[in-house]
Every structure is written in structure tokens, then in C-alpha cells.
Design a protein. Structure first.
Length: 297
């Protein structure tokens, strides 16, 4: 598998100063990037064509999203609920709360598989206890738990043929690979795809490109790393912020990698050294992403 190369230096496209930027999602139909600020309780949209920027604010955390396939608007995860949100009119409709007995948890990362099922993980709010899970929310409003005892759930992403699901357990520095049944949406055998060294940064949000390479945001390491399907590192994209949180391919040809970052937990001296902490970045690559799957409901 070949190593990709950047075609331009990374650039800041929105110095939004997010407390915890996450959830990068490119909308093909809107030609815009959605992302969230979990702790800032905000949803943002950046449209590069005219450099348009929009934001929506919530009364609680919002952590991940997917476009709806059969209706306008988005499926989102709030602090504890799946919900529909329509940016056009601001309407919010709560759908399901999968962890009514886990008051110390909140939703974290999530994505749709190719069949329109939304997979979302939870985490202990303090990020110290292995109380997180991974849930599948289906277009018929049913919800099922597929993993439990997780220490900071991030991802997931899939191989281009949907036969492998990759999942980050950030608190343990691990990326897992699961055999995946795309027809039934079932996880099979789990293998440790990569144990990340502490100095590599925590594996956070990630995405897959058309060649099956994984792009992993590195919390604490100021970079995104690119890996072959066997886990071997192929390339790095260094960024002017240490807490890199998620990434997604976007742009007309899906050849721009958008990267979110965070300010949370940085002291005044660190923020002075990292004035772009919490910004949204973009870098052009000789790699092509895959369009984000939409929720089937």
C-alpha cells in the first residue's frame, strides 16, 4: 500500500477556538463540513466555497452526527440521547436514551455504516472509568448494545468493502479491528489492530480513504497519522495544535482532509504557545476519501 503525500501545508480555515472539537462530517449534498464542539455545546458548519460559517448552540453536549437519507436534517448524539436536529428550523426531536442507568456517561464519537445504521460510543464524562459502550441505532428506531466496558470510545470507521470495522479505545491507546457483517450489522471476531505507544498520542477520531488506509487523529501529539490496513504507519500530517480530535475527507473530490482540535485542559501558558488550539484545519492530499454514509431514517 502506497504512502500518500500532502499537496499543500495544513492551513487554519476557522479559528473557532473549540473547547472540544469533534465529529467532522462532510456533507456531499451541501458541500460543507459539519463538526461539533462537545464541551462548548455547539454544532458548526463550514462551507469552503464562499467561506460561510454557521453555528447552532445547545443546552447540553452534542458529540456526533450523520445526515439523514430520507429526510432533511441530521441525526445527532446529545449528552445521553439520540435525536433528530434540523439546522434549517432549529427543531430538535429526542429519540432514544440507551443508558438510563449510567448518569456519569455521555455520548462521544459516532458514524453511520453503509446500510444507514448509526454506531455511537459513550464514555465516562471524566474519561477515567471503563463504563462506555458502543450502540447501533437503526432506522426503525431500535437500539442495541454491541460493546461494553469501554474506556473512551472513538471512531468507528470501516474498510471500503465494509467487512472490517475499526474502533478506537482511546483510554487504553488501542485500535481494534472487528470482522463486520454488513448485511446484519453484527460484530465478529475482534483483534488488536494496533497498540499505540504513549508518545504517539491517543488514537481519537478517524476515517478511511478509498484505498483502505486509516487516518487517525492523535490527541496530544499534534498530528494525524495515516496507516496501511495492516497497521503500518505510512505518513504523518503535523498540525499547530497538540490536541487533535477527528478528521474527515471533504471538498468536491474528497481530497481535502479536514481536522478538528481542542483547547480543553490546556493551561494559559500552553494556550499562549498554541494560539490555534481548537481551530478547524484543512490540508490537500493526493488521497481520496469515501463519502460519509447517511442515516437510513
Amino acid at each position: 500500500m502506497t504512502a500518500p503525500s500532502p499537496l499543500s501545508p495544513p492551513r487554519c480555515v476557522w479559528p473557532v477556538a473549540a473547547e472540544l472539537g469533534e465529529g467532522a462530517l462532510w456533507s456531499v449534498r451541501e458541500q460543507a463540513l459539519y463538526f461539533v464542539d462537545i464541551l462548548g455545546r455547539a454544532l458548526h458548519r463550514y462551507a469552503p466555497g464562499g467561506d460561510h460559517r454557521d453555528s447552532w448552540h445547545f443546552d447540553e453536549e452534542i458529540s456526533a452526527l450523520a445526515e439523514r437519507g430520507d429526510a432533511p436534517g441530521l441525526l445527532v448524539t446529545l449528552r445521553r440521547d439520540f435525536a433528530f436536529f434540523d439546522p434549517a428550523d432549529g427543531r430538535l426531536q429526542r429519540l432514544h436514551r440507551p443508558e438510563p442507568d449510567r448518569d456519569g456517561n455521555r455520548f462521544n464519537d459516532g458514524k453511520c455504516d453503509a446500510r444507514g445504521r448509526f454506531w455511537a460510543g459513550t464514555t465516562d464524562f471524566a474519561c477515567v472509568a471503563p463504563t462506555g459502550g458502543l450502540y447501533r441505532f437503526d432506522p426503525d428506531d431500535s437500539c442495541s448494545r454491541h460493546l461494553d466496558g469501554v474506556l473512551i470510545a472513538n471512531g468507528p470507521t470501516w474498510s471500503p468493502d465494509q467487512r472490517v470495522m475499526y474502533f478506537n479505545e482511546t483510554g487504553l491507546g488501542r485500535t481494534w479491528a472487528f470482522a463486520f457483517d454488513p448485511e446484519r450489522g453484527i460484530l465478529g471476531e475482534r483483534t488488536l489492530w494496533r497498540q499505540h505507544a504513549q508518545d504517539e498520542g491517543g488514537p481519537d477520531g478517524m476515517t478511511t480513504d478509498r484505498e483502505g488506509r486509516l487516518w487517525i487523529a492523535r490527541w496530544g501529539a499534534a498530528r494525524v497519522t495515516c496507516h496501511a490496513a495492516n497497521g503500518r504507519e505510512l505518513a504523518r500530517v503535523d498540525l499547530p495544535a497538540s490536541r487533535i480530535t477527528s478528521c474527515a475527507f471533504g471538498g468536491p473530490g474528497l481530497r481535502t482532509l479536514y481536522v478538528t482540535s481542542a483547547r480543553a485542559g490546556l493551561d494559559a501558558a500552553q494556550l499562549q504557545r498554541e494560539p490555534l488550539a481548537g481551530a478547524l484545519f484543512a490540508v490537500e492530499l493526493d488521497a481520496t476519501g469515501l463519502p460519509a454514509a447517511r442515516f437510513g431514517g
